[in-house]
Design a protein around this ligand. Sequence first.
Ligand code: CAA
Length: 263
Amino acid sequence: MEFIKYEVEDMVGMITINRPKALNALNSQVLDELNETLDSVDLENVRCLILTGEGEKSFVAGADIGEMSTLTKAEGEAFGKKGNDVFRKLETFPIPVIAAVNGFALGGGCEISMSCDIRICSENAVFGQPEVGLGITPGFGGTQRLARVIPVGMAKQLIYTARNIKADEAYRVGLVNAVYPLEELIPAAKKMAAGIAMQAPIAVRNCKKAINEGLQVDMDQAIVIEEKLFGDCFETEDQRAGMGNFLEKDKEKKLKVVPFKNK
Ligand code: CAA
């Protein structure tokens, strides 16, 4: 792969978008490589992903403006679909994905971070949807996800004015969960990922599915989704071990439960 690095350590996979000369902008090749990387993740052994950008300046500075500059209407739509398909794969990926936003997260960069389950960022992070200043709409899910992640009036204001916001404001509006000095960002992401990876993996996956799918339907249907996924857990070894150890009040055994089985 030319533009994506992927490494696994202690059941956590780290995907790094590696095109620093263009501030990790997303061209078709980056999107294709990201898609292939997601397809290659070993879901038997990896329990959480971290997504970040190479370098100290930029997470992802958006879709590639050079590539987009000559697109026709049909090609523009196809490029939007290419990005949307990969981002949707990330959003519905069976295991949690943490975006560690290490600098610019503009346009497609803000959009890819919003396809992740959790966003944390460095103090130098800048978020925004500058597309209307380029004569286009956000095209990789920004019009949909920003209005779902932060209050809709604030999402509209940011998109209509193309105003970028810094890390502190991103935190204040709820776009990120936490802000760290740059050198502490990846350690914090790894610590959070490790905290997820040590939990019962099927339960974690079912939580992601229940939250994501439940948000798409009304509450009556949503609780039925939860009930089924809750019920599924009672067929797992993790449920028997986890509850058994609690009831036995055996601290030693409680420790032995970790790491849980992935089946
Ligand atoms: N596409 C292509 N190349 C990009 C890029 C992008 N989105 N962002 C940065 N680059 C390239 C620059 O062209 C430059 O390349 P050269 O060295 O070959 O000239 C290199 O990265 C470094 O960038 P700058 O010199 O501009 O760096 P800077 O520090 O002065 O500015 C910046 C940084 C403010 C992020 C600025 O690069 C910028 O405004 N980038 C564009 C951000 C943007 O508008 N993103 C949205 C794209 S549209 C989109 O994403 C649509 C969608 O929803 C799908």
